[in-house]
Write a protein that binds this ligand. Structure first.
Ligand SMILES: [Zn+2]
Length: 399
């Protein structure tokens, strides 16, 4: 057993009860205030140098004050529970059975919060392994609603000059280095209302939209493919219209489009693609906006565009992730990518800050009624995050 794992083992019971505590505090997007307070309390108990809540409601705990600035990020918000009757147990009990913690957010993303917070304690005890580094352990808000918004705020307004970000999103203890981007669009057509008994007197906005919806479905089979990220995708996810009555010709129609973007695809290219459809000559294409207030009341309006990002396989940060895995767990972890989207859309996609992921549990449990995190993964992740700063400094991250 490695030195790091050995020390992380001594936190097994404490990290497990902390995870169960934070699962028991519901924290929907824009409602993370109570769980933020609980995390701050834990950081203070564990001897963090500093623990604050920023203007958007993100938790920021600090260990050390050296030159290499690293952020360990996990988001505090979770999706809802859906039908409570579909759960085999209370989603907010934090049930522990056979070494696995169950409950809403166990995998996505509270297991990572628990591990990262306890890695801070371990790093404090090890004196950061003499690495010249500052570690910020961060709990972000609103990731499920608008990935990247809160981490983007934190990296520009709360902490300046961060050299690298490690996302705790579930990776099954592998090092991840990117994922597809996504965006949400609205396509609208206008028509002219008339009595439905004489359709020729009007201009039917639904009829104008119909070929566009079919062309979007057709387009999905012709999108670009990337060897690492796979294909982009496009789908119509909703349709609505405005009509004076069921005996009137509708004068407005809109469809909503979910677009997943692979390498080389951008907001501009995706809009142009829709505008260029043969039926779309008179349609308007726009990107949806997000403008929900954070629990602190702060409103940051942003486009619902979440850029694709990939860190090169030979980047020093990927090498540091692999080495940290080896130092912590005794064998090099595999390197891969997420299927879902993460806060990396802002740290790497918008701000260009090198970003990787490493986290407990698996993507397949996220947002399901079997949401879960193995305690062994919590311990392994503590060891990984604790081993990371020293090897990051050695590999030249931030230089
Ligand atoms: Zn997540």
């Amino acid at each position: 057993m490695t030195d790091y794992l050995d020390q992380a083992e001594s936190y097994r019971d404490d990290v497990t009860s902390f995870l169960r505590d934070i699962i028991a505090i519901p924290s929907p997007s824009c409602g993370e205030g109570r769980v933020a307070e609980r995390i701050i309390e834990e950081m203070n108990t564990l001897g963090y140098d500093d623990a604050i809540i920023d203007g958007m409601g993100n938790v920021v705990g600090r260990i050390g004050s050296g030159g290499l600035k690293l952020v360990f990020d996990a988001h505090m918000d979770t999706v809802g529970v859906g039908d409570p009757g579909a759960w085999p147990h209370d989603p907010y009990e934090g049930k522990l059975e056979d070494g696995i913690v169950f409950g809403r957010g166990a995998s996505d993303n509270k297991g990572a919060i628990a591990s990262q917070v306890y890695a801070g304690k371990l790093l404090k005890e090890r004196g950061l392994d003499d690495a010249d580094a500052t570690i910020h352990v961060v709990g972000t808000v609103m990731e499920e609603d608008c990935d990247g918004l809160a981490l983007g705020f934190l990296l520009t307004e709360t902490i300046a000059g961060v050299d690298a970000v490690v996302l705790g999103e579930c990776s099954n203890l592998a090092v991840y280095r990117g994922h597809r981007g996504r965006m949400e669009m609205r396509v609208s057509t206008k028509g002219q209302s008339a009595h439905a008994s004489a359709p020729e007197r009007g201009d039917n906005a639904i009829t104008a939209m119909a070929p566009i919806a079919l062309e979007v479905a057709e387009l999905n089979g012709h999108l670009a493919e990337d060897a690492f990220l796979g294909r982009g995708s496009v789908a119509v996810t909703k349709i609505e219209c405005q009509t004076a009555s069921l005996n009137a010709i509708p004068d407005a129609c809109a469809i909503y489009i979910d677009r997943r973007l692979t390498a080389g695809e951008s907001l501009e290219s995706a809009i142009k693609e829709i505008e260029s459809l043969s039926g779309a000559g008179r349609a308007r294409v726009e990107v949806l906006k997000y403008s929900e207030p954070a629990y602190t009341g702060l409103v940051l309006e942003t486009d619902k565009y979440y850029p694709t990002w990939v860190l090169e396989e030979d980047h020093p940060l990927v090498a540091a992730g692999v080495s940290a895995g080896e130092a912590a767990l005794g064998a090099p972890p595999s390197v891969g990518k997420w299927t879902f989207s993460t806060n990396g859309v802002s740290s790497a996609g918008r701000l260009g800050i090198p970003t990787i992921g490493f986290g407990p549990s698996e993507e397949r449990w996220a947002h399901t009624v079997l949401d879960q995190c193995p305690v062994d993964d919590l311990v392994a992740s503590i060891a990984f995050y604790a081993a990371f700063p020293k090897v990051a400094a050695e590999k030249g991250v931030g230089r």
